[in-house]
Ligand binder design. Structure first.
Ligand code: ZN
Length: 355
């Protein structure tokens, strides 16, 4: 890691180019099973490869595939924007599987694949640990297996799983994450155990993508109201690709009604917006506010914290055109916090994993 870190990209995507890439990293039983079944792909259906949002037109390969190599990441993002450190989040179909054993096998394969094929290839890269949240014991085991490698800096889960994340069944995962200095990264996406809107299934992808904010809201409320941050006071949660502008009005609403009914959650002993300021972080892209230069300044005034927003490009997803990686109109001090300072305060392993 460079001595002076000026840009940390907290959300770039390492895309599995195909099932063949994972075969060497699967245990023999599962490798045989994949071949015998003719299982070609567990491609994430949250990000259909051909959907325009999945990759910018100029970040696709010759066959139209989304950028899926270290070389493409280096060329289109790291070198282009002088990014010092980038955290790779791999979205594959692990969370879709109903078999706990199969999910654990693929999580292990993906983590070993990303360490070998991405982290070993560029010292600027770090990664999140993909965990099989279908079973907390398996998720904890995978955290323990990967934690010795300090280049893993976060635990990765999806915004919409089987039950809200605050429920006790997930607490062993939070205990392991806190013990190893790993924030929980909650990325947009669903395991599709439930419709992606609270009203039922929408017709179109655009509805699905925009409805992710509902999932993030429910997760923030669940984590706070179930008392996760009381039990694990050092735990940080990073909302990845969540959008950012919905958070202040949601926290205002949650805090207002907490005042009225806080007797039912006596362990929540201070307003939810205060808890969120200490424990919740959000990545910048997609920045869902107006284009005017003052929009992000107003957002930070509403959050009453300049420590919550972390820079991200969301490479290769199509969140912006050209080189507009940051909103315009930021003062230098705030820009530096968003680009690097806030991430260094969120991810202790970025300091520990100096090379
Ligand atoms: Zn993302």
């Amino acid at each position: 890691m460079p001595a002076a870190i000026s840009i940390i990209d907290c959300d770039v995507h390492a895309n599995v180019p195909g099932m063949a890439a994972l075969l060497p990293y699967l245990d023999e039983q599962w490798r045989d099973s994949v071949i015998d079944r003719g299982l070609n792909s567990l491609e994430s259906i949250n990000y259909p490869p051909r959907a325009p949002l999945t990759a910018r037109p100029d970040w696709r390969g010759e066959a139209g595939e989304p950028a899926n190599s270290v070389d493409m990441l280096r060329r289109h993002a790291l070198d282009r924007w002088n990014i010092d450190v980038a955290i790779c989040n791999c979205l594959y179909g692990v969370q879709l599987l109903f078999s706990e054993d199969m999910a654990a096998a693929f999580a292990k394969a993906i983590n070993d694949w990303i360490a070998k094929e991405w982290l070993d290839c560029d010292p600027r890269l770090r990664a999140s640990i993909v965990v099989p949240m279908q079973n907390s014991d398996c998720a904890v085991a995978e955290i323990e297996r990967c934690a010795a490698d300090k280049r893993f800096v976060q635990v990765l889960v999806l915004a919409m799983g089987e039950v809200p994340l605050g429920r006790r069944q997930y607490w062993p995962v939070f205990e392991a994450a806190q013990r190893h200095g790993l924030p929980i990264g909650i990325h947009a996406g669903s395991s599709f155990r439930h419709p992606v809107t609270s009203l039922g299934w929408p017709s179109w992808y655009v509805e699905d993508y925009c409805a992710q904010a509902q999932g993030f809201q429910a997760q923030v409320a669940s984590l706070i109201c179930e008392g996760v941050f009381v039990k694990y006071p050092k735990l940080k949660v990073v909302l990845l690709e969540s959008g950012v502008t919905w958070l202040p009005p949601f926290l205002w609403r949650l805090s207002k009604f907490w005042r009225g009914v806080r007797a039912e959650v006596p362990w929540v002993d201070r307003p939810p917006y205060e808890i969120a300021r200490d424990h919740v972080r959000l990545t910048l892209q997609p920045f869902d506010g107006p284009c005017e230069p003052t929009a992000i300044v107003r957002l930070i005034e509403q959050l009453q914290s300049d420590e919550m927003i972390l820079f991200s490009s969301d490479f290769p997803h199509w969140q912006f055109d050209g080189d507009e990686i940051m909103p315009a109109g930021l003062a230098d001090g705030l820009r530096r916090k968003i680009q690097a300072g806030n991430a260094l305060g969120t991810y202790p392993r970025l300091i520990e994993s100096k090379v």
